[in-house]
Design a protein. Structure first.
Length: 331
């Protein structure tokens, strides 16, 4: 398998380049409170659906400062995300729908979900939104102890939940559901599939959740076999992507098929087929092929494979197709 180099991180990834999560200081309550009250503090605000607030006429986050947090939200508990540019960054979640709606006018902002905002926000802000959304979802879904059923209380600046039952006291940690996603190739063609509910012509790389006691490479082979009947041999890691929709980590791979024979097995896919680079180009041109959304790791896998195998730029191909269609409708 060819060596893999990426020109840029996947969407929502690369956050460690700008953010120090300061995990070692989350239990220092006095210090965390001091950072939360500082003039440098910034707050990303989420509603109960996991949407965030954007500047109304801009594709940037509407950050709150400490004074706005106190004036608008009082003592609503904040979770520490970390330090970026020497500034402490926190997350606030407003689950009350009416209150969340009223804040739009007060902040002169609009709300957007991660799929929409992730396409347009600067990379650092998209990553912070994904981080905050994943943390807020875990907090919202983890309110009772899985061992004894007692209520939980958030500790460690929002990154752990502790059982309030003195006889239990179990700690609960944020969970991430690992999923593999893979571009399988065989003799110059790649395997893509589509689900019945997708837009006409949409094809994507194959994906699925990792099961207990399963290595990532084994999950790749099992999922591809279950969905398409194709038997996979070599498997190589490509890249990963946080995918808090609601709580996944997409682990991307490139793989080689032992045989091109397709036999749909588990009804996950409506269709699976092999595409050569030229067939993808032709499909983009005549509208019979739609790639996955650009924010997905599936898109990045296909983009990398086209560049590797045929020297093709997927971004450029899609833009050329868009411009050609616009010219055709105007003529």
């Amino acid at each position: 398998m060819d060596s893999i180099t990426l020109p840029r991180p996947n969407t929502f990834a690369g956050l460690s380049l700008i953010l120090d999560r300061v995990a070692e200081r989350r239990d220092e309550t006095a210090w965390v409170n001091e950072q939360a009250a500082s003039a440098d503090a910034r707050y990303i605000l989420l509603d109960g659906l996991g949407e965030t607030y954007l500047q109304r006429d801009q594709e940037t986050l509407r950050w709150l400062n400490a004074n706005e947090r106190e004036g608008l939200l009082g003592d609503l508990k904040a979770s520490l995300l970390g330090f970026a540019g020497k500034r402490p960054h926190f997350m606030l979640s407003v689950d009350d729908g009416e209150r969340a709606a009223a804040l739009e006018a007060k902040l002169d902002a609009r709300r957007a979900g991660l799929r929409e905002a992730g396409l347009h926000l600067p990379a650092a802000e998209a990553g912070l939104f994904a981080y905050a959304k994943g943390l807020a979802h875990w907090q919202r879904e983890t309110q009772f102890c899985a061992r004894c059923g007692s209520p939980l209380v958030l500790v460690a600046a929002g990154h752990r939940a502790q059982c309030t039952n003195a006889d239990c006291g179990r700690l609960h940690f944020p969970r991430t559901d690992a999923a593999i996603i893979v571009l399988v190739e065989h003799e110059g063609a790649c395997l893509l599939g589509r689900q019945a509910g997708w837009p006409k012509g949409r094809y994507s790389t194959l994906a699925g959740f990792v099961e207990p006691g399963e290595a990532l490479e084994d999950a790749v082979r099992r999922e591809v076999a279950e969905e398409s009947g194709v038997i996979v041999g070599d498997v190589h890691y490509h890249s990963s992507q946080p995918w808090p929709l609601p709580a996944s980590l997409m682990v991307g791979f490139m793989a080689k098929a032992v045989s091109p024979v397709i036999h749909l097995r588990d009804d996950e896919l409506e269709e699976a087929r092999w595409f050569t680079p030229q067939q993808i180009v032709d499909g983009l041109t005549d509208g019979s092929f739609l790639a996955s959304p650009p924010l997905s790791v599936s898109y990045r896998l296909l983009s990398h494979w086209l560049q590797l195998r045929a020297g093709l730029d997927l971004d450029a191909l899609i833009e050329e197709t868009r411009l050609a269609r616009e010219a055709s409708t105007q003529s």
